[in-house]
Every structure is written in structure tokens, then in C-alpha cells.
Design a protein around this ligand. Sequence first.
Ligand SMILES: [Fe+2]
Length: 594
Amino acid sequence: MNVLGISCYYHDAAAALVRDGVLVAAGEEERFNRQKHYNGFPAEAVAYCLAEAGITIDQVDYIGFYEKPLVKFNRILETIFAYWPLSYRAWLKALPLWLGHRLHIGREIQKKLGADREILYCQHHLSHAASAFLVSPFEEAAVISADGVGEWTTTAWGVGRGCDITMKKEIRFPHSIGLLFSAITAYLGFQVNDAEWKVMGLAPYGRPRYVDRFREVVDIKGDGSIRLDLRYFAHTYSTTRTFNRRWERLFGRPQRAAEADLTDFHRDIARSGQQIIEEIMVALARHVHRETGLKNVCLAGGVGLNCVANWRIRQESGFENIFIQPAAGDSGGALGTAFYLYNSVLKGPRVFQMDHACFGPSFTDKEIEAALRQAGAVYESIADEEELLARTARMIADGKVVGWFQGRMEFGQRALGARSLLADPRDAKTKDLINAKVKFREAFRPFAPAVLKERVHEYFDVPAGMDLPFMLLVPKVCEDKRAVIPAVTHEDGTGRVQTVTEEHNGRYYRLIRAFAELTGVPVVVNTSFNVRGEPIVCTPKDAYNTFVNTGIDVLVMGRYVVTEKPAVVDFEAGARRSVSLEARLRTGESVGIR
Ligand SMILES: [Fe+2]
């Protein structure tokens, strides 16, 4: 039985395909169409999922959408009327969108897919909850989902048992933890739904001087539920603004302009805001732990990507085990819907556990070589893996920034060793080096470590053998190791670590092991293989183009090593083939090389 899950028309559009209860493929549309955070219909992601499964759209038994559009429209209408005439502009913006296609999403999806099958709808936070619990290792767990807003719900918690999920309590719009974090992000001049990481990264550099002022905009109850003082917010009547003038007066300064200098004030706001979010999430998780008495918890929703808060939940809430699925945000809704339909509605058994994130396209050595040839690249083929890894490890140890492209692409926002840039963690200058060569990121943002799982406890303050596969938790770096791996030790002595196993990331694991044999350090710097503002690379062509256009020193793709950059590059030489999307949906033809 094939179940297709789709999420789109709000944040990151995505598709996921589940066959007989096993995830076959999942991908965000932005990786395929190269438009960051693309939120339109995920046509190419669907085409890829079908191709990976070797089926056509006619062989899909059920199609699910990750939220209930009519209920959402009801919320938007009610809010617009409640805040009229302030909401006038929001009304002008929303109406054509909803009357255009969002009210007929079912028909729209049928049309796009060329399938007349009924579309099934799952509640937004149930999709989130399912995306975590149903692929978790737990037979029984509490589930907490928190984001900006779904239909009406902004935060919900419940209990998952076997194939069933029962949501018990919720916080409803306009009171939202995610929208509070969006307001903090926007006030600091960062892009909402994109740069929330920056608030987290900046926070350790500041002091919590504005926590009391944040308490005026949000009332945090003992059970972690919140009420926003809506006099400070704009999300009830604006589609573009999250806070208003009163907020600016409260904190004493106007919004920071994008790219303007960051001052102590901004660092202190980041620290204070992050502290408030952590306080809410920890209080909520403690309450859920008390109420359920369970030892496992699954987190989902955009707030589940706040890895600093996640670690505090792990440490302070009373739960023993925590699971967060790598696509915790809205793209994971596609995955959650598909599993909810298969497990909870159709009562198919739970036979799948998500212990790695590599559910995207892969390319054979032959395809990689064809792409390199097409681009006119000068490359070397190293058939012996041991030699390939020894040479790559040596280049990393020599201070090179290596573009690492191996196997199936990751699902979710993190590069986890399939489409990664790797570098030496032992040199504090590595961060500046990667920024100067390729990332061009703000200096305060940390880079993350990937470590051999069996040695994680030697470098991080965690129990031996702890599984941290998705870089969604941020433990402390052991004090005696901070000087050993300065490039991945953040200002507050933490590291957003990924544990790597041979079972799930074979070649990546063996590379880190080769680096450890060479240097004694079983850790590499891992950051996503992309330039600032662009999606992570998907195909060999994307990777080669990024390699050529940036200061990345080496590209290791499959068994091929590229060190030379051409003086002039004809990017159109490898233009994508002109097979129509519709034809691919029908024939199940692979995405291939673009
Ligand atoms: Fe969401």
C-alpha cells in the first residue's frame, strides 16, 4: 500500500511516500526547484518520491494533506473580522489567495497530480505529532507540538500509544510560542521562518537584561501555557508584521535593519528572548511529564527546532528519552500525514523507525561522472574507498574545506553527512575560513560537530553511546575538550552535535574514523553544503556549481575528487533535461541529473 503525504502553501513545501508502513522517500521542494523555502505545490518532490518508489501516481492508494484548509480559512476570516479595519491589508492579501486556489486545495492537488483520488486531510498539529511519534523508537510517549499556527492550534500536547495519538490540551491562536519567537527574530532584523537559528546563535553573547520586559508581552503559566499581551503584537491583523510600535517603545529601540551592525542591545534581546522561550518549553514539558507520567517524549513543530530549548527539556523536564524528527517544521507535515493515514487511520502496523535522515535522491558514480564530464570538470576517480577516505581526511587535516556529496540527500533542514561541508574542528580559525570561503555567515553563528557515536561521551557531556543523529540537541562540550575542538565549541561551551554510526552513515562514519586515525580526534566540522541564501545542494550539478562559485577547496562526490576550478564555467551546459513533470508523474521517470 502506497500513501503519499503532501505539505505546502504555507512554509516549506514537501512530499513523503510511505509504502507498507516504511518511508521510501521524502524531500523538500526547495531542493529540487532551487527556490529557498518554496511553499507552492511540491510537484518535483512528488515526482521524485514516485520515481524512488518506482511507481506512478495511479499506483498511490491514498493521498493526504497536512492540514485542514477550511478550518484554517475560518480562523483567518474570524481574525480579520475581529481586527477590522486594522486587518484591511491582510484581507486584501488573503482573499485572492484563498478564493484563487486555497479553498479548493483538494481539487488543486488532484489537478496538479493528474489524479482524481479523494484527498484526505489531517489536522496540522496532528501531522506534526504523527511525524515525530509514529517514526520514533517509542511504543508509548508524550508528544508536544509547538509552532507559529496551524488551523487554530499553536501548541498541543498528547499521548501516543502504538498506532494511536490522542491530543489532550492545546493553546490556540493568537497566543503562540512560535509567533512570539518570530516577533523576537523579526525585531532583531532577521528573516522570520528562516533565521530563527540566528537568535539562538546570538543569545550566548548577550545578557538576560530584558527578561522582565518580555514578561510584559507574555504571561507564562505554571503549566507552560501562555497568553500574549496582544497590544504588543501585529500578527492578528498583519500578514507581514509580527510586533508593533508599542513593542518597540517597551524595549526602547526600533527594529534593527537587516544587515545593520549588531550591538550589545541586540545580543541582550536575543539572550532574553531565547531564555523566555526556554522557560516556556521547559515548563510545558514538565507539566506534560507530570500529567502523563511517561518517560518518553517526542517534540515536533517549528519550535522543536530550537535545539537549545530541546536540550534543556532533555535535562530538566523529567523525561528520560527524547525524540525529535529531523524535519520538525512544516515540511515534516508531509511525513506525519502519510504515517498518520497508514498507522492511525488504516491501522497498518508500525514497522518503521527513523534513525537517519537520508530519504532523498542519490546518484550513482556513473551519473556523477556524467555530470562532471558535462560540466567540463577536471576530476580524479579513486575506486579504492580506503584511499579515497585517507586522502579526504588528510585534506581536512590540512585545513581544506571539503564539499562532501555521498548517497541519499537528507530530509529536513540539516545537512547530516550526505550534502555537507567538512573541515577541521581543531583550529579556531576554521570558522572564519569557512565563512570567508563559502558561507559568508555572521561571525556569531556556530558550526556544528559530527562525532563517532561510540566516542561522543569523551567530547560531550552526555551518557556513553547517546544517540544524537539529527543535530537537534545542544549539550556542553567537555571542559577538557573545548581547546581541542574550538571550531565547534560555541561561546557558551556547547556544541550542536551529531553522532554518526557506520550502520546509518557508512562512508561518512568511515571518513571521520580515518580523520581520527590521522589526528586522534574523532570529530569533524559539519555544515550544510550551500551558499548563504540558497537551498542545500541536491544533484551533482548543484554541488559542482557551488564548488566552482565559492572558495570550497575540494569536492568529493561519490568516488570522484575535484580540486581544480575552471577559469570560465558554462553553467547552462548541463541544463536540465526537458522531460515534463507531468510525463515524469505518469512514467515514474527519475529526477536524473540536472
Ligand atoms: Fe507547523
